[in-house]
Design a protein around this ligand. Structure first.
Ligand code: SF4
Length: 285
């Protein structure tokens, strides 16, 4: 039976592959800050046509809800977090509604065939235009508008598992499904972070299997930058994503990877266990 991998495992693997080895149920999950939680829920409850005073009220309501959902977080901490994020409200209400609604939130996805599961923050579902622009035209339009963050797929055959051209098989009468990630950090200077691009590739595989239609683009909602960045989903990224899933499975079966040179060890909950273990490779050198 294929070992199931969660899409969030890939982000963790990219931070440090050893985390996958040491977090096999032995360590408490990473603590998440109140401002991260508040920002995430603000975007989940985003509504078109709000004004800053609506949002202010919404924050206060949200704080009451979050106290019930996360009893480990105090009201004082959430009020401090609210002060921290309040200045973002005027820009958050200007996010383009057509990129956020209509949508389903926190969509659970699972594929036994791919050995993959994940909870997608937002799935935007829109009707396609009668005539979809061809990929090159779409790319150039997005590019001109400064929205294109990845080049169109030129190497869709790289994975060996996903060699079809998604764009070619898109049906004009099917709804357009767009996976959207909520990130509470800052956006990069341009495009999206690598881990986000790969996560979108993973969600596109799950959505493609669930809805039986290609998923040609995704997006990332960078809350602290008040920006939504679109990205074309490339076969190359799907191939890379699937190979990373195989690496995660290998580690779960007991293979301890080497410690990366730039690993973020100082705040790592696995530090003691990790520093007392040598990898198989390092024992030989
Ligand atoms: S201590 Fe450093 S090398 Fe070890 S798992 Fe944590 S981040 Fe990775």
């Amino acid at each position: 039976m294929v070992l199931m991998v969660r899409i969030s495992d890939i982000s963790r693997y990219l931070r440090c592959p050893r985390l996958i080895y040491f977090e096999r149920g032995q360590f408490a999950p990473e603590l998440v800050s109140p401002s991260h939680i508040l920002l995430r829920h603000m975007l989940l409850s985003w509504q078109a046509g709000s004004d800053p005073s609506d949002m202010e009220e919404a924050i206060l309501r949200l704080i009451q809800d979050l106290l019930l959902i996360y009893p480990q977080i105090s009201q004082a901490d959430l009020l401090v977090a609210a002060d921290e994020v309040r200045h973002l409200l005027p820009d958050l209400i200007l996010l383009p509604a057509e990129r956020l609604v209509p949508s389903e939130l926190e969509v659970e996805l699972r594929s036994e065939r791919l050995g993959l599961t994940g909870r997608l923050d937002r799935m935007v579902v829109r009707q396609r235009q009668a005539a979809m622009p061809r990929p090159n035209l779409l790319s150039s339009l997005l590019d001109r508008a400064g929205l294109l963050v990845s080049p169109p797929s030129q190497d869709a055959t790289a994975s060996g598992r996903d060699e079809g051209s998604d764009e070619r098989t898109a049906q004009a009468d099917q709804p357009l499904v767009t996976p959207s990630l909520i990130r509470t950090g800052k956006a990069p200077k341009s495009g999206v972070w690598r881990r986000d691009r790969l996560s979108l590739a993973g969600y596109s595989l799950l959505l493609q299997e669930k809805y039986g239609q290609p998923v040609v683009e995704g997006q990332v909602e960078y809350a602290r930058s008040c920006q939504i960045r679109q990205v074309a989903i490339r076969g190359l990224d799907k191939g890379r994503f699937l190979r990373l899933c195989d690496r995660v499975r290998q580690i779960r079966r007991g293979s301890l990877p080497d410690r990366p040179a730039n690993a973020p060890c100082s705040a790592c909950p696995c530090r003691d266990a990790c520093h007392s273990r040598a990898s198989l490779a390092s024992r030989f050198f």
